[in-house]
Design a protein around this ligand. Structure first.
Ligand SMILES: Nc1ncnc2c1ncn2[C@@H]1O[C@H](COP(=O)(O)OP(=O)(O)OP(=O)(O)O)[C@@H](O)[C@H]1O
Length: 224
C-alpha cells in the first residue's frame, strides 16, 4: 500500500542545503501499521508529508496503492489525497458545525466511497453510537479522537497517516485509543504510518522504525 524506495529530500537552509532524508526505504502492506520515531528535526513530518503527496521528493520513488507520486500533476495529487489517503492529527480537526454522524460521513462522502456497514461497525467499536447527535465541543478529547479515527477509516482508505494522534490524551485514554486504532486499521485493510515520540504508543503497532541521519532503522536495533 505504501512503498518508499531511496527517497531523498533536501531543504535550502541559511547554512546551506540540508539533506533531511537520505535514501529512505519502507514497504507497508495493506493492514500493517508502523510507528515512525526519531529525534526532533530528524525528518519524520517531512516523510509523512511526502507520503501524503503534500510535498515532492528530490529523488527516489514513492508509491501509494500502486500509484507512483512522482510526476503526478497537482489535480491528480489532490484526487489521490481525497480517495486514497487519510490523515489523523494531534489536533482532531473535527468540523465544529457538524454533529458526530456528519463528521464521520464527511470524508467518505467526499471520497465517493461510502461503506455504510463498515461505518456502523466503526461507530460501534469506537463506542460512539450514543454520541452521534452531539457536536465536537460536547465531547471529551478521547471521544473527539475516536470520531477522527472513524472519519479517517470510514471509506477504508489504502493509506492512513497519523501525526502524534494521542498527543492530547492522558496515558490511559491514549493506550485504549491506540489499541483500537491499530485493530480498526487492520480491519479496514489500510496501511498506517504514524509519527510519535512515544515508545509506549509505538509498541501498539506492528512495526517500529527509527529515523536518524536521513535513514530508517528498526527501533529495536537502536539503543534507547
Ligand atoms: N519547508 C522547509 N524548509 C526548510 N527546512 C525545512 C522545511 N521543513 C522542514 N525543514 C527542516 O527539515 C528538518 C526536519 O524537519 P521535520 O519537521 O521533518 O522534523 P521532525 O522529525 O518531524 O521534527 P519534530 O519531531 O520536532 O516535529 C528540520 O531541520 C527542519 O528545519
Amino acid at each position: 500500500m505504501l512503498e518508499l524506495a531511496g527517497v531523498v529530500k533536501r531543504y535550502a537552509q541559511p547554512e546551506g542545503v540540508v539533506t533531511v532524508l537520505d535514501g529512505v526505504d519502507l514497504a507497508l502492506a495493506a493492514g500493517r501499521s508502523a510507528a515512525l520515531l526519531g529525534e526532533s528535526g530528524s525528518g519524520k513530518s517531512t516523510l509523512l508529508h511526502l507520503a501524503a503527496g503534500l510535498d515532492v521528493a528530490d529523488a527516489g520513488r514513492i508509491r501509494v496503492a500502486g500509484t507512483e507520486l512522482d510526476g503526478l500533476a497537482e489535480g491528480a495529487l489532490a484526487a489521490l489525497r481525497r480517495h486514497t489517503v487519510s490523515l489523523v492529527f494531534q489536533q482532531f480537526h473535527l468540523v465544529g458545525t457538524l454533529d458526530v454522524a456528519d463528521n464521520i460521513r464527511f470524508q467518505a462522502a467526499l471520497s465517493g466511497r461510502v461503506d455504510a456497514a463498515f461505518e456502523r461497525h466503526l461507530i460501534e467499536r469506537l463506542g460512539l453510537a450514543t454520541q452521534l447527535r452531539k457536536y465536537p465541543h460536547q465531547l471529551s478529547g478521547g471521544q473527539q479522537q475516536r470520531v477522527a479515527i472513524a472519519r479517517a477509516l470510514a471509506h477504508r482508505p489504502p493509506l492512513v497517516l497519523a501525526d502524534e494522534p494521542t498527543g492530547n490524551l492522558d496515558e490511559h485514554s491514549s493506550g485504549e485509543v491506540m489499541a483500537l486504532f491499530r485493530e480498526l486499521v487492520h480491519e479496514a485493510g489500510s496501511a498506517l504510518l504514524m509519527v510519535t515520540h512515544s515508545r509506549a504508543m509505538a509498541a501498539y503497532l506492528d512495526e517500529q522504525w527509527w529515523l536518524h541521519e536521513g535513514r530508517l532503522a528498526p527501533l529495536a536495533a537502536v539503543t534507547p
